[in-house]
Design a binder for this molecule. Structure first.
Ligand code: NDP
Length: 285
């Protein structure tokens, strides 16, 4: 039997990562001979551990919080979308021994929004909450879908303004502001890309900000509804979901980069949704 190719996700913390299970399911589906492990890697150890991983024969890494910027610096060369994002979530060993850095987060979000949730973005008014690494990765893919306007609102206002100005030569109107400036505005699609959900917190949003039949999308995901998903449980919302679909779609894009085959994400999304619902019932009973 041939030795399986080795892949891993690095992050801190990483204990609850769903990525090993997702990639194991992809590998079974597509008959790929590989292993995929989760390794707890603090930022201070990232460079040395990534070097060791590839030196010992590793083929590819996923990098998550707080390592995406370090992975961007680590890569020998970058895909166009990773250059824009200034953050890398996927490293791939190339035939010549160099390391390619990619960012599959934006593709993951857009695929989940457009294909799985059937959300239209063309001519829609879109609000992104947060101006961190995830926001950087999703701006260009969202702009490519021609929204009427894209507003980035952040707790640290300057970061939102700065980020918006980096993309200001796009055709869509893109602006950055603080949460207070959202009073009186309405949006068709509201994407929560803050880390607030991780501490069951919610950015301060004014009333009536979601347009009729609007979409609420939390990048964070959890077995329990996140604070933002609970906020989205309102009559105006036609769609109100967390980031599980994005997680699985960005993983599929990384898998494709590494293996050259596209897994069936629908089957994996169904499996996780059923599993998460079962866990929730068990926790509540
Ligand atoms: P960063 O640490 O880079 O950025 C965090 C952002 O959240 C900043 O804009 C920060 O504001 C803001 N923030 C943090 N806490 C609060 C709060 N209590 N209230 C309001 N704003 C707050 O994180 P990332 O951008 O990498 O990740 C953001 C989220 O996206 C995380 O929940 C992560 O799990 C999720 N994610 C999900 C993915 C998926 O596949 N589903 C992929 C990537 C990310 P400030 O600038 O003022 O500090």
């Amino acid at each position: 039997m041939t030795i399986p190719d080795s892949y891993a996700v690095f992050g801190f913390p990483i204990k609850h990562s769903k990525s090993p299970r997702i990639h194991q399911l992809f590998a079974e589906q597509t008959a790929q001979n590989l292993t995929y492990t989760a390794q707890e890697v603090p930022a201070t150890h990232f460079q040395a551990m990534a070097q060791t991983f590839f030196r010992e024969g590793g083929k590819g890494l996923n990098c998550t919080v707080p390592l995406k910027e370090l992975a961007w610096q680590f890569a020998d060369h970058l895909t166009e979308r990773a250059q824009f994002a200034k953050a890398v979530n996927t490293l791939a060993l190339q035939a010549d021994g160099s390391i390619l850095g990619d960012n599959t987060d934006g593709k993951g979000l857009v695929t989940d929004l457009i294909i799985n949730q059937k959300v239209l973005l063309s001519n829609q008014s879109v609000l992104i909450l947060g101006a961190g690494g995830a926001t950087r990765g999703i701006i260009n893919p969202l702009l490519s879908l021609n929204p009427a306007q894209l507003v980035i609102a952040n707790r640290t206002v300057e970061k939102a303004r700065h980020l918006a100005s980096e993309f200001s030569n796009s055709e869509a109107q893109i602006t950055g502001c603080g949460f207070a400036a959202l009073a009186g505005e309405q949006f068709d699609v509201i994407i929560n890309a803050t880390a607030a959900s991780l501490s069951d917190d919610l950015p301060p949003l004014p009333p009536n900000i979601l347009a009729e039949k609007g979409c609420c999308y939390d990048l964070a995901y959890s077995t329990q509804p996140t604070a933002f998903v609970r906020w989205g449980q309102q009559p105006n919302a036609a769609i109100n979901v967390d980031g599980l679909g994005m997680l699985i779609e960005q993983a599929a894009e990384a898998f494709y980069l590494w293996r050259g085959v596209r897994p069936d994400t629908q089957a994996v999304i169904r499996l996780f949704s059923v599993h998460d619902k079962k866990q929730l019932v068990e926790q509540r009973s």
